[in-house]
Design a protein around this ligand. Structure first.
Ligand SMILES: Cc1cc2nc3c(=O)[nH]c(=O)nc-3n(C[C@H](O)[C@H](O)[C@H](O)COP(=O)(O)OP(=O)(O)OC[C@H]3O[C@@H](n4cnc5c(N)ncnc54)[C@H](O)[C@@H]3O)c2cc1C
Ligand SMILES: NC(=O)c1ccc[n+]([C@@H]2O[C@H](COP(=O)([O-])OP(=O)(O)OC[C@H]3O[C@@H](n4cnc5c(N)ncnc54)[C@H](O)[C@@H]3O)[C@@H](O)[C@H]2O)c1
Length: 446
């Protein structure tokens, strides 16, 4: 215990990556720590985010690969969605159980309930009050709902990942990360999927020529896209739902997935009362030390308005920064590296660092594009499309990358050190990779 004037040295509101990853080493240094968790220990990523999603996606990509190889690996592959959900449940349960057990075995407390500030050092949970020297708001995001009549009839990504049976006809609102990934899964599991677009662009942060290729692949698999859909209402008649859009056009479906974004968990927590400033869309306002407008209160992860991508590696990085700050190991502002991201569709699109659009708008960079669809290694795996773009600075150091392929996640992961360590061509040459491998393939173009 560092400050005996309080019950705890640090309380984290939330128990996701923005909290746990840094806390576990902080507690080994003698800090007394608690987590307050309203729903599920581990937060979004394991329970209803990355781990849950990637578990469901595994058989989806396997089925697609098998179909491409069906002359060699014979048989008709059919996805059993019920078993896929069961497999996902079995896969994520141990993460949740182990996380709580690890927290307790390290001497950290887990308080189940919804936390509300009563003053800058005090939280009320289930009618009890606990105090802490520092408090970290790590409450993440929650699904946004479109503001139209009947919006309560739609489901969110968490509901989707508990679907026992895949509905025959599905409407998906949005074309962001969740919409595109979940539409891919639903389509492979046999649903007739129609996507309702806000405008005429999908996956806005990604390189649009690659997004177009992905959309063409999705269309070829039977997914329909309605541009500028102008949603008007959802209504129900028995087991059927009607989506009314545009100029009173209608589509009848069995399920509506609202994937129109996620918003910060900042309400009903007493933030206004203690003076913590926030923006409804961006989250809790923080300075370059992740400190809020109240000195002893910090924010970390998705809920912190840092302008960084809302991803698990970002949450982990911020949590670890706070660990160093609280332990007195740094007094420097947070210095974010380039954070890679990927949309887990088929094919996937990944990117990191300077984008192609940013590079094209500046004379600081050069862009080298490759079409690797016909290279030997990718032909042998029968990948339908493999394109990538490398962005270099004037010293020919790699500063950005994007790829569309089934292996785009592994490809971007391989080049992370080259970008973040600003490796020179000579240093890159000295890194020898496995052959044959995606790493070797990706690295050789740098
Ligand atoms: C469907 C989906 C798929 C995703 N896939 C990926 C992916 O493939 N890769 C990737 O990098 N990222 C992915 N993400 C994003 C990733 O899950 C988040 O960036 C990450 O989980 C953020 O961690 P966090 O700790 O900031 O917040 P969270 O993990 O959301 O944790 C916040 C916790 O705070 C709790 N809480 C909120 N308010 C209170 C309160 N007042 N009192 C007590 N507890 C409270 C919540 O119950 C929650 O458990 C995905 C997200 C979703 C929804
Ligand atoms: N692979 C990954 O890393 C991954 C996967 C899933 C989620 N995430 C994280 O979760 C966050 C949330 O994902 P998301 O997909 O919910 O959000 P998003 O911001 O990526 O997409 C929201 C989509 O909803 C659309 N939209 C908004 N209002 C609409 C309306 N009225 N009608 C129709 N469409 C509308 C937007 O145009 C956009 O296409 C992401 O930003 C990302 O940080 C990451």
């Amino acid at each position: 215990m560092k400050n005996p004037n309080f019950d705890y040295d640090v309380i984290y509101i939330g128990s996701g990556h923005a909290a746990f990853d840094g806390a576990k080493t902080l507690c080994k240094q003698g800090f007394k720590i608690a987590f307050v968790e309203a729903i599920a220990v581990g937060g979004t990523c394991p329970n209803w985010g990355c781990n849950a999603k990637i578990s469901l996606d595994g058989p989806v990509t396997l089925a697609k690969t098998q179909r491409r190889m069906k002359d060699i690996v014979e048989g008709d592959t059919k996805l059993n969605w019920k078993e896929n959900i069961k497999h996902k449940r079995e896969g994520i349960l141990p993460i949740k159980v182990d996380r709580e057990a690890t927290m307790k075995s390290l001497g950290m407390d887990v308080i189940h309930g919804f936390a509300k500030f009563t003053d800058a050092h005090t939280l009320e949970i289930n009618g009890e009050h606990v105090t802490s020297d520092k408090i970290v708001i790590a409450t993440g995001l929650t699904p946004h709902k479109v503001e139209i009549e009947g919006t309560e009839l739609s489901h969110d990504s968490r509901d989707f990942m508990e679907l026992e049976d895949m509905p025959k006809r599905m409407a998906v609102v949005g074309t962001g990360y969740i919409a595109m990934e979940f539409a891919t899964m639903a389509n492979e599991a046999g649903a007739d999927v129609t996507m309702f677009m806000h405008g005429d662009k999908a996956l806005r942060p990604f390189y649009q020529p690659y997004v177009k290729i992905l959309m063409d692949e999705m269309k070829a698999s039977g997914i329909k896209f309605i541009e500028n859909s102008g949603l008007r209402s959802f209504s129900q008649d028995g087991d059927e739902y009607t989506v009314t859009y545009a100029d009173n056009q209608q589509l009848t479906v069995d399920y509506i997935l609202d994937a129109s974004g996620r918003v910060p968990m900042v309400h009903n927590m007493g933030l206004e009362e203690v003076g913590v400033k926030y923006d409804d869309k961006k989250g809790v306002l923080v300075n370059e030390y992740l400190q809020t407008s109240v000195e002893n209160i910090y924010a970390s992860g998705d809920v912190a308005a840092t302008g960084q991508p809302n991803l698990t590696p970002t949450a982990t990085f911020e949590s670890q920064y706070l660990k160093h700050l609280f332990a007195g190991e740094t007094d420097q502002p947070i210095d974010f590296p380039a954070i890679p991201s990927v949309v887990f569709t088929s094919p996937r699109i990944s990117q990191m660092g300077v984008t192609v659009d940013e590079a094209n708008a500046s004379d600081e960079y050069t862009v080298e594009e490759h079409d690797a669809t016909n290279t030997w290694f990718r032909q042998i795996t029968k990948e339908p499309v493999v394109k990538n773009a490398y962005i270099f600075d004037k010293e020919h150091r790699l500063v950005g990358f994007t790829e569309i392929s089934d292996q785009a996640d592994n490809a971007v992961d391989m080049i992370v050190p080259a970008v973040n360590m600003k490796m020179t061509p000579l240093e890159i040459e000295r890194n020898v990779h496995l052959f044959p491998s995606i790493g070797h393939d990706t690295w050789k173009n740098i």
